[in-house]
Design a protein around this ligand. Sequence first.
Ligand code: SF4
Length: 147
Amino acid sequence: MTDPKPQAAKVDDALWYARGLRFSCTHCNQCCTGPPGYVWVKREEIIRIADFLSLSVRDFADQHCRRVWWRVSLKERPNGDCVFLTPRGCRIYPVRPTQCNTFPFWEQNLRDRECWEALKRRCPGIGRGKLYTRDEIERMAAGEGST
Ligand code: SF4
C-alpha cells in the first residue's frame, strides 16, 4: 500500500491576500510624514522608547507624548511629521512603536485589493521584495510581529 497522493495545500482564495503580499521598506519615510494623525503608544512601548533615549518615563511623556481621550499618541510637528523623523531617518527606529513596525499591514489597508493598491502611491515598498504569508500578515494586522 502506498501513501495517498499528496494534495496541494488548500488556500482560501476567497481572501484576496490568501497567497501573500510583497513588501520591502525602501526607508523613504513618507509614512512618517503627511496629514495630522496619531501614532498610538502603549505603556510598555513608552518605557522602551524612554529607555532608548535615556529619558525618564515622565520626561519622555512630557516631551514627546500627548493624551487623546484614554489613549496616548506621540506628538507630531505642525506639518504632521513625526517628532522622531530626522533627515537621517527615524531616531527611534530600533524601538519604534508597533503601529510603525507593522505598517503597511494595517486592517484598514487590507480591506480589499483596491485599498492596498491605492496605498502604493504613498508607499513605494508595497508590491516589491519579501513575500509575507497570510499568517504573517494577519499577525501584524492584529498588532503582533514586525515588518
Ligand atoms: S512609506 Fe513605505 S517604503 Fe517608505 S518608509 Fe514608509 S513603509 Fe517604508
